[in-house]
Design a protein around this ligand. Sequence first.
Ligand code: 5GP
Ligand code: ZN
Length: 115
Amino acid sequence: MSDGGCLFCRIAKRTVPSDIVGEADGLLAFRDIHPQAPTHLLIIPTEHVPSLADVSGAHTTLLGNAMQFANRLARQYQLGSGYRIVVNSGAQAGQSVWHLHFHLLGGRAFQWPPG
Ligand code: 5GP
Ligand code: ZN
């Protein structure tokens, strides 16, 4: 699947600039343009997957790799005291970009339940 009009596909293809911090196993990590924490990275598959609701067994390795990538980035950014991974799936959950992404947030305390 590919989507030439998708913002995060364009970031993955480097046709839209972003602050890329890492790449691994079909995944890209870059800084969120409106950070909600001192460290706020987005981890995306370089292939177009619209949302978590669209993943299937074909994505099992990709999803596992994404969590390991997040773990490595958390170590790199010294988030050992705690970090949060967020996936907003669907409009009601607040998804605004329709290309699967994992928010990696850290560097401050977080509340529960989330807003
Ligand atoms: P969502 O609301 O879909 O869970 O998250 C989308 C995220 O993408 C938001 O946190 C938003 O700040 C970020 N974002 C939107 N447009 C851009 C952009 O052009 N560049 C970057 N780096 N982040 C973006
Ligand atoms: Zn896309």
